[in-house]
Design a protein around this ligand. Structure first.
Ligand code: COA
Length: 264
């Protein structure tokens, strides 16, 4: 193995599987994990979304794998996880980041549209976590589910994604309790709007971004580093007694979503 220049590190000697790891928030997590000595496998539906990030990971001196698999397809997920475990030798950390979303009012949303997002976000999280369990059990491990603050209030145009993420948070709590005795911690992260991501490009307008900046107590959008640092914390031994929580990383934005009386 190539020598690493990052010692001492938080995740040295570990291996992580990161779904949706080619782009956006999860690319940031993958690069941060690699900087802390972690071998990383990234997966998404399209291999061309993964290859540039895989090459960046390798340039950081860790082993990196890129695998195309649709998290909705349990058989494909099982095959992908077997390949990752064979290539990296172990899986200590699973980041469930693969997600699909668009804005659509419930009255205009087809049953298949609703089901598609639930299948990717919620069933995908279940499929990947369940298939990775034997590898996590082998030496104790951890799962971090990427969630959202959408279900905390009624979010217009997000019936599908809010329901899916509420389900993800429920799964986080149940798996934390079921898998804790195996030495496996299961937690989540609920990011606010993160600048430069596909989510912000697809799901916000100039007006809604300006409104988020005004409302956010910290007065800024999040960065992929903000989320990567939260994931580093939850995945590392620094969080060894943290189990079953979803950490909101949004600068306090959702708390300001309720109107203050007398405010425009
Ligand atoms: N508005 C309303 N319905 C939509 C929609 C939109 N913008 N996009 C997809 N749907 C519906 C489709 O109409 C279809 O339902 P139907 O068969 O009743 O017409 C259903 O969702 C499945 O769509 P399809 O495009 O066949 O599914 P897919 O598996 O190829 O992709 C998504 C589904 C949700 C992932 C797709 O929007 C996508 O590829 N998004 C880009 C990636 C992404 O969302 N990233 C996350 C950003 S936060």
């Amino acid at each position: 193995m190539m020598s690493r220049v990052f010692e001492p590190t938080l995740l040295d000697g570990k291996a992580a599987l990161i779904t949706g790891g080619g782009t956006g928030i999860c690319r940031g997590i993958a690069l941060a994990f690699a900087a802390h000595g972690c071998d990383v496998a990234i997966t998404s539906r399209k291999i061309e979304h993964l290859e540039p990030t895989r090459d960046e990971l390798r340039a950081r001196g860790v082993r990196a794998a890129a695998k195309a698999a649709d998290v909705r397809d349990a058989a494909a997920v099982a095959g992908m996880i077997a390949e990752v475990a064979a290539e990296l030798g172990r899986i200590d950390i699973v980041i469930n980041g693969a997600a699909g979303n668009f804005i659509c009012l419930a009255e205009n949303l087809s049953p298949n549209g609703f089901g598609t997002v639930v299948d990717i976000d919620l069933k995908g999280t279940f499929n990947v976590s369940r298939a990775a369990l034997p590898h996590l059990k082998a030496q104790g491990g951890t799962v971090v589910n990427i969630s959202a603050t959408l279900p905390y209030l009624g979010t217009i145009g997000q019936s599908h994604a809010a329901a899916a993420k509420a389900g993800v948070d429920s799964l986080t709590r149940t798996l934390a309790v079921e898998w804790g005795p195996h030495g496996i911690r299961v937690n989540g992260i609920a990011p606010g709007p993160i600048e430069g991501t596909e989510g912000v490009r697809r799901l916000t307008t100039e007006k809604s971004r300006a409104s988020a900046l005004t409302s956010c107590p910290l007065g800024r959008m999040g960065t992929t580093d903000d989320i990567a640092n939260a994931a580093l914390y939850l995945a590392s031994d620094a969080a060894s007694y943290v189990n079953g929580v979803t950490l909101v990383v949004d600068g306090g934005l959702w708390l300001r979503s309720a109107r203050i009386l007398g405010e425009d």
